[in-house]
Ligand binder design. Structure first.
Ligand code: ZN
Length: 186
């Protein structure tokens, strides 16, 4: 749970720290606004993907299932700036599938925390492995990081791609190729 009082105090300090006048009109509500916003954008911190991924149903086939273009917004833990983009989650069922919206919910739970893109990619893959127990999972995340585009190397529009492969995807280049091929089909 977010300690709203602490966040409000911290934002006041931060504003003072950058030389702002915390008493001026435009900033009066800012600490409270940010505290309430953090409730929402960090709401994944105390949530467990099992609440979505444990609702499985049985199937006979074991064809790859791909949910692509899951839009997410997260916050980089190194700079407290947003990174956002799309996640693509594929798995090969072993008798069980979940509703496609559950994969999007899983992405959301991990995105709504302080994150590092590579870790988030792996966490999504691990959660699907753990709860759905498929033959394999492959996750690709493409994101734009404000900490790269607002400062530092300043390359607007540049995106970072991260992938995580688990189970049968790990050793099977042809399966990985098929995943990327399916991703490319729009
Ligand atoms: Zn960053």
């Amino acid at each position: 749970m977010i300690d709203q009082e602490k966040v409000r105090e911290a934002v006041k300090l931060l504003l003072e720290g950058i030389g702002e006048d915390v008493g001026r009109e435009g900033l009066l509500e800012t600490p409270d606004r940010i505290a309430r916003m953090y409730e929402e954008i960090f709401s994944g911190m105390d949530r467990d993907p099992g609440e979505h991924l444990s609702k499985v149903f049985s199937v006979d086939n074991s064809e790859m299932v791909l949910e692509k273009d899951i839009v997410f917004y997260s916050v980089c833990e190194h700079h407290l700036l947003p990174f956002y983009g799309r996640a693509h989650v594929a798995y090969i069922p072993d008798g069980r599938v979940v509703g496609l919206s559950k994969l999007a919910r899983t992405v959301e739970i991990y995105a709504r925390r302080l994150q590092v893109q590579e870790r988030m990619t792996g966490q999504i893959a691990d959660a699907v492995m753990e709860y759905l127990r498929p033959r394999g999972v492959m996750v690709a995340v493409e994101a734009e990081h404000m900490c790269m585009t607002m400062r530092g190397i300043k390359k607007p529009g540049s995106r970072t791609l991260s992938v995580a492969a688990r189970g049968v995807f790990q050793e099977n280049g042809r399966l990985q190729e098929r995943f990327f091929h399916m991703l490319g089909e729009r």
